[in-house]
Design a binder for this molecule. Structure first.
Ligand SMILES: Cc1ncc(C[n+]2csc(CCOP(=O)(O)OP(=O)(O)O)c2C)c(N)n1
Ligand code: SF4
Length: 296
């Protein structure tokens, strides 16, 4: 996709649904969105069949606001709850087999680099904890060891939500679930430590309690993957159904879990840090200049 493929051919404006015209005229393409603009632009995901109040949908919505170039991004997903929303988004989506996401993304990213040598194309894997740390573990680790230049986002709801509550490697020890009635016997896998061992260039742990921070984290991860190497975001996105969290308490749970054991953390390699410092300083200068220009 590119801005040119999204734009309506002259003469066809009237026959396209208003939603599409809105997307072109008021969508987030070609510019950087701020959280404070919610309600004033056409979002990339507007409808989805996920459970009401699911924190994963909040994260996904914010993700699409954070990616630096939605018009040049492809998301790779797999079986699991997230794909119900990701497949409705106005950003191309590839549905890898359950467990194949990081292998699919590796091939895709390499092919895109060959096909579009003068245009960056961002690839992001967004999948559940089961899809990445259990069945997708081998593909995940090897993509990191090979330093493939794409971002992996684990939507860590600490359960197989989509299939009704089996334990995953990311479920905590002792946790009782519908399909783990005796409680999980082993510890939650430390996926952040695995990413460190594999020298992933940008690693972040986050809960969706601070929307601006989610946008910045997503942006940083995608930019580092674009220029430097593999990046990984592990996002706590509770499953209110399988963990029986009453809908009004979903955000309270996110704040509580963040405070207890899921605090915001960024681990950035020296080369990624040097890149981000320069990129963000330039972006700040540009924003300042634009503001001064607008005042005149
Ligand atoms: C090869 C294969 N095995 C099993 C399944 C069945 N399946 C679909 S979704 C899912 C679990 C999803 O859990 P997770 O990846 O943690 O995502 P969540 O639904 O919790 O977001 C399973 C086992 C499948 N689709 N393909
Ligand atoms: S089952 Fe859980 S993770 Fe899946 S959509 Fe429902 S609340 Fe969200």
């Amino acid at each position: 996709m590119s801005l040119e493929t999204i734009r309506v051919s002259p003469g066809y404006e009237d026959v396209l649904p208003i939603e599409y015209r809105d997307l072109i005229n008021h969508g987030p393409y070609g510019r950087q969105i701020k959280v404070t603009e919610i309600g004033k632009f056409k979002e990339i995901v507007e409808e989805h069949p996920m459970c009401a109040g699911c924190a994963m949908t909040l994260f996904i919505r914010l993700f699409y606001m954070g990616i630096p170039s939605p018009e040049h991004t492809i998301v790779v997903g797999t079986a699991g709850c997230a794909r119900l929303a990701i497949s409705q988004a106005n950003v191309p989506f590839i549905y890898g087999n359950y467990g194949d996401s990081n292998a699919t993304a590796s091939g895709l990213k390499r092919a895109l680099d060959l096909r579009f040598p003068n245009q960056y194309k961002d690839v992001v894997v967004m999948a559940g904890d089961g899809g990445l740390i259990d069945i997708g573990f081998q593909g995940l680790m090897h993509s990191w060891f090979r330093q493939e230049k794409f971002t992996t986002i684990m939507l860590d709801n600490e359960v197989y939500g989509n299939t009704g509550g089996q334990e995953s490697g990311m479920t905590r020890k002792g946790q009782i679930l519908k399909m783990a009635p005796r409680g999980k016997k082993t510890d939650k896998i430390d996926a952040l430590a695995l990413a460190k061992v594999a020298n992933v260039d940008y690693i972040a742990q986050i809960a969706p309690t601070n929307p601006s921070r989610v946008l910045r984290t997503v942006r940083r991860a995608v930019l580092v993957a674009r220029e430097i190497g593999s990046t990984y975001i592990q996002a706590y996105t509770s499953c209110n159904i399988e963990y029986a969290i009453p809908t009004p308490d979903v955000m309270k749970d996110a704040f509580d879990v963040e405070k207890e054991r899921y605090g915001f953390e960024e681990i950035i390699s020296p080369r990624a840090k040097a890149f981000l410092d320069e990129y963000e300083a330039k972006a700040k200068e540009k924003a300042k200049a634009n503001k001064a220009k607008a005042k005149k």
